[in-house]
Write a new protein. Structure first.
Length: 503
């Protein structure tokens, strides 16, 4: 049983709505009448959460009128556990007087496990939280027991209210949705990045500088379960860098990047696959002008593996940060979706790659997605990503050209279809630079049908292959580094989306 103590005495737990949330007893404060400006009041809550506790535990706080600032801090025990057993990890956030309804208007911030305290007032807030007036009503501190040790999770929560006149609210300013661009061209981007507005350690200014150094034309902000960074990117945008706004929705059954949503869009994360709620929030992302991109779908961290299916997805992240066995599994699973799309004659799911950079030494723009777009604008970049006119490169040094041509000069590029008869001879051509000693693999619905010799040390080379649509329904390219030993292929240097062959 969960237990909480407010000074003295035990309060009963109240189950609210779904079994995945619990509400504890209410914390009350004195009315502001007679309080001198600057006066502070503090309450402390202590309790223990057992293994199997619900995903979210809410502590109601009755906030009287006349409060200038709310501040919350917390600690919890971290006992030693045997190898292979999860220890304690407790996330935190807050909802204001509008309540905790899923997808409601009450969200005021989330820092997960990245911070031990936060404050909110009209003119400022801790990164991860939204500034604004502290209105009277029932606020809820949200505790998220991410993992709980066998001996339970003992915590202490301290809430401090400061009385006085509120400050002047800050009006948010957002980056423009278009940069200068080069007309129709290949643009380089990294759409999965974390700043100090969630669990990253870099400011928007530092991320923007690293993005420019990495040769990027666009980025997408994707802090965990908060849109609080949206109003802090405008100064970093420019003619040379498009900054799109989004969020990484970090559920207990997988993570998904909302890519390029309208400024100020918040997407809730408090559900699991069994709750059948994801479709509602995928629709919200689309309604806000964003793309739905499941992130690192086969990652092994707790709650990271994607379990919601791909019916609502616009693309999938098949390469996340430094190339690892997790990415190899994601790549193979994605290839299986391409085969299924051919078999069932339905829409195919493009792949993309992002850095998921949080802090040094994470490299912004490694990998990066290179997309063919009509302009350097939010809409044009999204359209190119959705159509799969893109490839993934480990750095700005890598450039690819990948085409298929028919016998009468018909031509198709990445993400396109070469509409020729099943027995038409087709020439597939890959031109690459920036990939010294890499091996080219051409992959089809039949598997790997060509593996080249290593490219020259200059890093540039051309590979051609001839086939027909009846032999290969699609073809995509992988460029792999040399392997040190063993039968497994080397880490990726680049990856293309497929070209489809046949009518």
């Amino acid at each position: 049983m969960c237990e909480d103590t407010h000074g003295i005495g035990r309060r009963a737990l109240i189950v609210t709505g779904a079994a995945a949330a619990l509400t504890l007893g209410t914390v009350s404060f004195a009315a502001a009448d007679g309080q001198d400006p600057g006066t502070q009041e503090t309450r402390t809550v202590r309790g223990t959460l057992p293994p199997g506790c619900p995903d979210f535990v809410y502590v109601p706080v009755e906030v009287p009128a006349g409060v200038r600032e709310i501040k919350v801090s917390y600690t919890y025990d971290r006992p030693s556990v045997p190898a292979g057993v999860t220890g304690n990890a407790l996330d935190i956030g807050v909802f204001d007087q509008h309540g905790t309804e899923l997808g409601g208007k009450g969200f005021r911030g989330w820092s997960g496990g990245a911070r031990t305290e936060f404050f909110i007032r009209a003119d400022d807030a801790t990164p991860g939280y939204l500034p604004g007036p502290v209105h009277a009503g029932t606020w809820h501190v949200a505790l998220g027991p991410y993992t709980v040790a066998p001996q339970g999770l003992a915590y202490e929560l301290t809430v401090t209210l400061t009385y006085g006149e509120p400050g002047t609210p800050v009006r948010p300013v957002y980056p423009p949705s278009r940069a200068k661009g080069r007309g129709r061209d290949w643009y380089r981007g990294d759409c999965h990045l974390h700043s100090w507005y969630s669990d990253g350690r870099r400011t928007p200014a530092e991320i923007a500088a690293l993005a420019r150094a990495a040769g990027l034309d666009f980025i997408n902000s994707s802090d965990h379960n908060t849109h609080s960074s949206h109003a802090h990117w405008a100064d970093q945008a420019g003619d040379d860098l498009l900054i799109m706004l989004g969020e990484e929705i970090t559920t207990r059954n997988g993570h998904v990047v909302a890519l390029g949503t309208d400024p100020g869009t918040f997407v809730d994360w408090r559900y699991r696959a069994r709750d059948n709620r994801f479709g509602r929030f995928a629709h919200q992302i689309h309604k806000a002008g964003g793309l739905v991109v499941p992130a690192h779908p086969h990652a092994t961290c707790v709650g990271c593996a994607w379990k919601f299916g791909f019916g609502e997805a616009d693309a999938v992240e098949v390469w996340n940060g430094p190339y690892t066995p997790d990415d190899e599994v994601a790549l193979a699973a994605w290839d299986a979706t391409l085969v299924a799309s051919v078999r069932e004659n339905r829409r195919w799911l493009p792949g993309m790659g992002n850095s998921d950079a949080h802090r040094d030494p994470d490299a912004v723009g490694s990998p990066q997605t290179v997309v063919l777009a009509d302009d350097l604008s939010r809409e044009a970049i999204q359209e190119g990503l959705r159509a799969g006119r893109s490839y993934v490169a480990e750095s700005k040094n890598v450039t690819l050209s990948f085409t298929a041509t028919g016998g009468r000069g018909e031509r198709a590029g990445i993400g396109e279809r070469l509409a020729v008869a099943a027995d038409t001879p087709v020439t597939v051509r890959l031109e690459a630079s920036g990939v010294p000693r890499c091996t080219v693999r051409l992959v089809t619905d039949e598997g790997v049908l060509l593996t080249s010799d290593p490219l020259p040390v200059t890093g540039s080379g051309v590979v051609e292959w001839r086939t027909t649509p009846q032999y290969a329904a699609y073809v995509r390219a992988e460029l792999r580094h040399e392997t040190a030993a063993g039968p497994l292929p080397g880490a990726l240097a680049a990856l293309t989306n497929p070209i489809f062959l046949g009518r």
